[in-house]
Structure formats: structure tokens, C-alpha cells
Ligand binder design. Structure first.
Ligand code: KG4
Ligand code: ZN
Length: 350
């Protein structure tokens, strides 16, 4: 049995987890900072970094306690060292280095975006104990990977979890960012994705026609800023804010949310199909906060079914930022021979 401790402090979640044998989640503790940032309508980097410093030791102690392990049981320390807010990354990286040094265990730096893809391989320990055969097969590789999060919208050719090639990426807003901005236009609150999804349930997606931006016939890149602007003009009117979402009916707001969400799903579907034609994958792996969206999950399931390949989606608890995905991918990287020195850097972009 090998247990890896994972540390995640890239943005506004302070998280630690212990993962056994690369895939079994023994603990997954997340301190969410939503309350600290809500009044600003988005993450304030300085406040986030300070909260990580204040919370990390407690969250780590909880993760170790829930998993029932101590330092001697840990076989490696994995930390998300890129990409993210640099002040936030530094907190996790410094803590991971200190622990690896004190416990004399290997340290590994994990790319947070790649880790989102690994989340679909994780299974909570409680389920492994209760249900026979619950640990699914690892995704057949090469796979097509799609990360849809607040900061990234990226397609990957996944040859192995330590060998990913980027096929395409957003040229402007990330898909989660577009959800958050549409939530702000509709005055729903922050973070907006789940609120837009909830409102869309009572909306008619065909009541409004928003543009589909595909960036040319072959492109595997994404663009969501035009869609966001179309929603803004639809709700507020063009040429300055003449109206707000308070001036349209509840049904119109719901229709707007549903129509926006449908266009996002359509764009993702078209790009995934294109990428499948380009790389002929043996499976589809999706991760990131937006993969919690039911309409998008269903849409991607249809795409995978049509292509007759398995779809790997994270369990709901591992869609948004967490440290289990960092520990899991870290364990995989350690097994593949990746190991960092104590001069591991925090890197804002990747
Ligand atoms: O992966 P994540 O936790 O953080 C980043 O790495 O960015 O993703 C957060 C994003 C936010 O933009 C949030 O609004 C979005 O994921 N999100 C959703 C849903 N749940 C979270 N978007 C659409 N539908 C959801 N149910
Ligand atoms: Zn993330």
C-alpha cells in the first residue's frame, strides 16, 4: 500500500488529501474561501494567499486524521505547483517541501490542470470497501482529454498521464469564467456555474438564439467571449446599460441561462468530435469544475456513446478544485520516476 499526501492551494480552495494506491481516496478535505471573496464578486489573490497560510496546517492535520495515517505511512508528498495565483501556489509548495524534508519522502510537483483530468480515475475509499468491482478500469490510452474549469478550457491528446499534448485551448474566456460572467449579468451571485445551471432547468433553450463561435472549420481552439457579450446585450440592451436583469421577467432570465448553457454544450460537443477525428482516442476523459454540470455531462456522454468509447467523468465531489486529484496524479508521476528537488518552483502559468 502506498499513500500519497496531496496539497492544493492554486486559487481559492485550501485542500489536502490522502490517496492510496494512486486511485483510492482515503481523505479529501477542502476549505473553501467562497465567503471571503463573495463580496468582491471574484477571487482577491492577497486574501486567498493569506487564508491558505492560516488554514493549511489544520486542513492537513484533518486529512491525515481522516485517512488514519501519520508521516511514516506517507510514501510521497504531491503539491500543485502550477498554474495558479503565485502567492497562493507558494504557500502549498513551501509546506510540501517542509514535509518532504522532515519526513524524508519524495516530493513531486503536479500541474493542476492535468490533475483535473486524473480526477475521473479516483474512487472514495468507502465505496471500495462496500461494493465489489467499484474500482473501474483505468482509462484506455491514448485518450482525448477535455479540461473545462474556471481558468482553462483545453483539449489534450493524453498518451499517458505524464505525457499530454495540448491540441487546443481557449483564446479568451475559459468556459467556467463564461458561466461566472453570465451569472453576474443575470445577477445570480458567485461562483456562478451551479446557479446558472439551476436557473437553466426552468428555461427554454430554444427561446433565444445565441451565436456559436467555432473559429474556423478545423480549429480545436475555443472562444467564449462573443457568447458572453451576446448574453450581455440580450439582457442589458446594446450601447450602455439601459436595462439590467431585474428588468426582464423570471422566465426570460431562465430562458437566457438555458440558451447560453445549450450553446456551451454544443460548442464542446463539436470541438470534442473534431478532436476525436484528429487523434482517434480509445477513451474520453473530462475534468474541471464545469464537468459538474448535468447538461454538459449528458451531452458528452452522448458524444462518447456515438464514438463507442468509454467516458471518464469525475465523481461530483472531485469535479471542482480538490487535493485528491493532486495526490492521485502525484502518485502516478512518482511511479513513472518523476521526483522534484527542494528547489521546486511555484509557476503561475503553464
Ligand atoms: O475546476 P474549478 O473548481 O477551478 C478552476 O480550476 O478554475 O472550476 C471552477 C469553475 C467556476 O467557474 C464554476 O462556476 C464552474 O467551475 N462550475 C460550474 C458548475 N460547477 C462549477 N459551471 C457550470 N455548471 C456547474 N454545475
Ligand atoms: Zn481547477
Amino acid at each position: 500500500m502506498s499513500c500519497v499526501l496531496g496539497i492544493e492551494t492554486t486559487c481559492d480552495e485550501t485542500a489536502c488529501a490522502v490517496v492510496e494506491d494512486r486511485r483510492i481516496v482515503r481523505s479529501n478535505v477542502i476549505g473553501t474561501q467562497i465567503d471571503l471573496h463573495q463580496k468582491y464578486g471574484g477571487v482577491v489573490p492577497e486574501i486567498a494567499a493569506r487564508a491558505h497560510i492560516e488554514w493549511l496546517n489544520d486542513i492537513m492535520a484533518q486529512a491525515m486524521k481522516v485517512a488514519g495515517v501519520s508521516g511514516k505511512d506517507i510514501s510521497g508528498v504531491a503539491v500543485a505547483n502550477c498554474p495558479g495565483l503565485v502567492g497562493c501556489l507558494l504557500v502549498g509548495v513551501s509546506a510540501a517541501k517542509a514535509l518532504a524534508f522532515a519526513w524524508d519522502k519524495p516530493l513531486v510537483g503536479v500541474n493542476h490542470v492535468h490533475a483535473h483530468l486524473y480526477a475521473g480515475c479516483l474512487v472514495p475509499a468507502e465505496r471500495v470497501g462496500q461494493e465489489a468491482g467499484v474500482l473501474p478500469e483505468s482509462p484506455p490510452l491514448p485518450a482525448l482529454g477535455l479540461v473545462i474549469s474556471g481558468g482553462h478550457t483545453t483539449l489534450y491528446d493524453v498518451q499517458a498521464f505524464h505525457c499530454l499534448h495540448r491540441l487546443g485551448s481557449t483564446i479568451d474566456d475559459a468556459v467556467g469564467e463564461a458561466f461566472d460572467k453570465v451569472a453576474a449579468i443575470l445577477q445570480l451571485g458567485y461562483p456562478g456555474g451551479p446557479l446558472v445551471e439551476n436557473l437553466a432547468r426552468s428555461g427554454r433553450a430554444d427561446a433565444v438564439k445565441f451565436p456559436l463561435s467555432l473559429l474556423g472549420k478545423q480549429s480545436l481552439d475555443f472562444s467564449f467571449s462573443g457568447l458572453k457579450t451576446a448574453v450581455l446585450y440580450h439582457v442589458n440592451g446594446q450601447g450602455g446599460a439601459q436595462r439590467t436583469s431585474a428588468d426582464i421577467t423570471p422566465q426570460q432570465r431562465a430562458d437566457t441561462a438555458a440558451a447560453f448553457q445549450r450553446v456551451v454544450a454544443e460548442v464542446l460537443e463539436i470541438k470534442v468530435r473534431r478532436a476525436m477525428d484528429a487523434v482517434n482516442p480509445r477513451s474520453l476523459i473530462v475534468g474541471g469544475g464545469v464537468s459538474a454540470n448535468g447538461a454538459i455531462r449528458n451531452c458528452l456522454q452522448r458524444v462518447a456513446d456515438t464514438a463507442k468509447i468509454p467516458l471518464y467523468l469525475p465523481p461530483m465531489a472531485y469535479c471542482t478544485d480538490n487535493a485528491a486529484m493532486i495526490a492521485g496524479l502525484g502518485a502516478q508521476l512518482l511511479e513513472a520516476g518523476h521526483c522534484a528537488d527542494l528547489d521546486l518552483s511555484a509557476i503561475a502559468t503553464a
